[in-house]
Structure formats: structure tokens, C-alpha cells
Design a protein around this ligand. Structure first.
Ligand SMILES: Cc1cc2nc3c(=O)[nH]c(=O)nc-3n(C[C@H](O)[C@H](O)[C@H](O)COP(=O)(O)O)c2cc1C
Length: 200
């Protein structure tokens, strides 16, 4: 059986958006049906306009559908992405996660595989801590965390982060090696989700 994968992310200036698209491509390559969704922007226009790259990204991704709670009900597996904000996930993604109390109570996200990806400006600027912070919620959901580990050499090509694909945004747009690792992460998530569905 093919899996249904929801790739849900927040991105201000495009790095995490690039990773999200690559994760989605990888899941599709593994035969999954994929929903690529951005969470709502919460920042005021004045903050967005103060950073031309942020405004440009908001305009460029207007057509990406906005995540709803239905996406979590629909999917068999989740890939969640956020930029690093002081070593933590962005408030925009956190706000979305904080609307899932009702679904959590019903066990909607329980037993489903989930994974995370991120981008900090600096290679050591908090990528791992952001993913671990994201995974706190997934533990509470009762999801099955499917981090890439070192299960494929492409992980090393992207800097060797076993917690999830990460991209130091200060180095420019994600390199092909990083996108390859993100595709692998999506493919692996979809493959494991399909396997779990077959067993249920
Ligand atoms: C409020 C704020 C906090 C940030 N905190 C960190 C940080 O702790 N470490 C870091 O390396 N970069 C930090 N950054 C930079 C972003 O994580 C980085 O630019 C990232 O690549 C943005 O991803 P995006 O292009 O998908 O929005 C911060 C940016 C903002 C606006």
C-alpha cells in the first residue's frame, strides 16, 4: 500500500521551503500521495517588509496551500520543517502544533511515523536542538520518530545530521547534496509508513 504523507513547514526566507519540496519529492518517488503545506504566517507586515527576502518569499509561496488540521487526519506520516529560532522551532509552526490538542486527545497522530528538517544560519547555530525541540511534540503525539540516522551515505553529504536534514542558510541556498538528503528523508518516511500500514 502507498502512504499518504503530509509535509508541513514554515519558512521565512525560503531555505526550509526548498527542503520541504525535496522531502515531498522523495516521498512521491517512493509512491506516496503527498500534501505539501505551509503553516500560516503570523508576523505583522511591518516585520516582513523589513526584510526584502522575507517579503519576496511570502509572495512567491502564496499558492502553496495552507496547512489545516485535516492534513494531520488525512496523512499516514508527517514531515515537519522549521527554521531555527534561537535553537528552537519558529512560533508559526509551534502555533500550528498547539492547535492539535483535540486531535491528540483522539490519538489521531499516534502510531504514525514522523520526521523533521530545519535550517539555521550557522552550521552549529542550533539545527540539532531545533529538531529535538520539534520531536518533543512528536513524542507527546505518540508518533514514531523516523530520523534519518546514518542509514544512507547521502546524510554525510548534507553535513551528517542524523536528527534530520539541516541546512546552514548562511552558506546560500541548499546545495544539491542537501536536497538529495532531504529527498532521501522523504523517501524513507514514505517507505516506512507504507510498511507500517501493511502491518496494521
Ligand atoms: C528570530 C530569529 C532567530 C534566529 N535564531 C537563529 C539561531 O539560533 N541560530 C542560527 O544559526 N540562525 C538563527 N536564525 C536564522 C535562521 O534560522 C536562518 O536564517 C534560516 O536559514 C531561515 O530559514 P528560512 O529561509 O526557511 O526562513 C534566526 C533568525 C531569526 C529571525
Amino acid at each position: 500500500m502507498s502512504a499518504k504523507v503530509a509535509v508541513i513547514y514554515y519558512s521565512s526566507t525560503g531555505n526550509v521551503h526548498q527542503l520541504a519540496k525535496a522531502v515531498a519529492e522523495g516521498a512521491e518517488k517512493a509512491g506516496a500521495e503527498v500534501r505539501l503545506r505551509r503553516v500560516p504566517e503570523l508576523a505583522p507586515d511591518a516585520a516582513i517588509d523589513a526584510n526584502p527576502a522575507w517579503r519576496e518569499h511570502v509572495e512567491a509561496t502564496k499558492d502553496v496551500e495552507v496547512a489545516t488540521l485535516d492534513d494531520l487526519e488525512w496523512a499516514d506520516a508527517y514531515a515537519l520543517g522549521s527554521p531555527t529560532r534561537f535553537g528552537n522551532i519558529a512560533a508559526q509552526l509551534k502555533q500550528y502544533l498547539d492547535t492539535t490538542g483535540g486531535l491528540w486527545q483522539q490519538g489521531v497522530m499516534a502510531d504514525k511515523p514522523a520526521t523533521g528538517f530545519t535550517s539555521a544560519h550557522n552550521a552549529n547555530g542550533g539545527n540539532e536542538s531545533t529538531l529535538l525541540a520539534l520531536y518533543n511534540t512528536l513524542h507527546h503525539w505518540g508518533s514514531i520518530i523516523v530520523s534519518p540516522g546514518y542509514t544512507n551515505p547521502v546524510v554525510y553529504g548534507a553535513g551528517g545530521n542524523p536528527y534530520g536534514t539541516s541546512h546552514p542558510g548562511g552558506a546560500g541556498a541548499p546545495a544539491d547534496e542537501t536536497l538529495e538528503a532531504a529527498r532521501y528523508q522523504g523517501e524513507r518516511l514514505a517507505r516506512i509508513a507504507a510498511r507500517l500500514s501493511d502491518e496494521s
